[in-house]
Every structure is written in C-alpha cells, then in structure tokens.
Write a protein that binds this ligand. Structure first.
Ligand code: C5P
Length: 223
C-alpha cells in the first residue's frame, strides 16, 4: 500500500546541519548528524520514490540510488531546495538549519588584536526553507521536524499551523537517547486533525514508520 502511494513520486529531503562561515577558517554549526534524514531518504527510496537529498556537511554516505546535492550554508540549502521544490510531490525538512548567519563573511582570517579582549559577531536571520516551500502555489506535501525541550505538542502544532505544513514530527531533545547525534529517536507526529506517537526505536525503524505515515496521510489528503 505504501509502495502504491509512493511509487514514482518525487521526494525532496534536507538533512544534516548547515555551516555558516565567518572567515576562511571558521564557521558556526550544530550537532546534527544527518542520520534521521538519511534514513528517511533510504526508506523512501525503498518504497519506490525518486529521492533527492539536499545535505549539509555530514560524516555518513548517501544511500545508493539517491540523488545527493551537497550544500554548506543555509542560503546554499535554500537555493538548492527552492530551485527544485516546484516539481516535487513531497518535501521533508529534516535538516537542522542555522537560524542565523554572520552578517558578513570576510575573505581573510580574522586576527586577534592586541588591544581588544572582546569581540562581537553580528548575526542576521536566515530564510525559513520549509516555510518558503510550503508557501509555494504548487506546493508539495510538506513534512517538518520540531526539536523541543518542553511543551512538545503545543510548539509543534504552532509550527504546523504557522508554516502551513501537512505534517510535523516532533521530538523532545531534553531526553537522552533521542534526537541529535544519537542512533535512536522517538517522535510525536501531528497533522491538522490527528496525530501518532512513534516510540523510541532506531532511526532506521522510525524512518520506515514515518514513510508509511506520510504515504497514509497523502492518500487521505488526496481523497
Ligand atoms: O522553527 P523551527 O526551526 O523549529 O522549525 C524546524 C523545521 O523547519 C525543521 O523541519 C527544519 O528543517 C525547518 N527549517 C528550515 N529552514 C530554517 C529553519 C528551520 O527549513 N531556516
């Protein structure tokens, strides 16, 4: 049944962290490993989808058969996604996109100065890739992620509504063994008039269940 819904469908997915450069040797990033997104890419492909994976810098290799687009910064990821999103059936935003980037990137290494013990880095807001895709006239079925430390359902439903998503996968990152940089996760998935809890499991196992859920909700949405 999953295969029936996903066969031949085009699925675009982001994964991993972004890297926001300050100068030629320094950058701001986060602990995202890319594991959840890469597992989803693999399982969606196994279900017959045509998968494009837009990935920030990670240490894992792309599943065979997936089209890999490597990016660095949030702005690069935004460009790579928005230039492809219109022709997609499904968009999954699993990347941990940096919310801010340095206001400017300088061409030469920033030097310590003898008389200056403090330094201030000015940051500016990055565009919201997922919200921009979900705002497209001809938008794909949009799935987001929400990592929270409290009030999981409240914040996740807020994002679902505000970003105009079809589905959001939320996890509590304050609990050990869930979320960033580990092999396991637990997800509470929400959509407009329902939801489902997926209990602690490997990211591979969760990816199988999540791909099934996406197919199920897409089938319902089309009716
Ligand atoms: O608002 P928040 O950052 O918590 O939303 C998380 C979701 O939005 C994730 O699916 C993430 O991939 C996506 N996102 C994005 N672009 C951003 C920030 C978040 O696509 N600049």
């Amino acid at each position: 049944e999953v295969a029936q819904v996903l066969a031949g469908k085009k699925l675009l997915i982001t994964a991993g962290p972004t890297r926001e450069e300050l100068d030629p040797v320094r950058y701001i990033t986060n602990h995202s490993s890319g594991k959840m997104g890469y597992a989803l890419a693999e399982m969606a492909m196994a279900a017959g989808a045509q998968v494009t994976l837009v990935s920030g810098p990670v240490n894992i290799s792309a599943p065979k058969g997936v089209e890999l687009v490597r990016v660095g910064s949030a702005l690069d990821m935004h460009q790579a996604v928005l230039s492809r999103a219109q022709s997609q059936d499904i968009f999954v935003a699993a990347a941990a996109v940096a919310d801010y980037r340095p206001a400017s990137r300088v061409d030469q290494k920033i030097k310590k100065t003898g008389d200056n013990d403090d330094m201030v880095i000015e940051l500016v807001r990055n565009p919201d890739i997922l919200a921009d895709v979900a705002a497209l006239a001809n938008k794909p079925f949009c799935v987001g992620f929400a990592a929270e430390t409290r009030d999981l359902e409240h914040y996740a439903r807020g994002k679902l509504k505000r970003k105009k998503l079809d589905m959001i996968c939320a996890n509590l990152v304050s609990i050990p063994g869930q979320g960033f940089n580990v092999d396991t996760n637990a997800l509470d998935v929400f959509w407009k008039d329902g939801g489902k809890s997926l209990s602690l499991a490997s990211k591979q196992q969760l990816a199988v269940l999540l791909v099934e859920l996406i197919a199920e909700r897409m089938a319902v949405a089309r009716q």
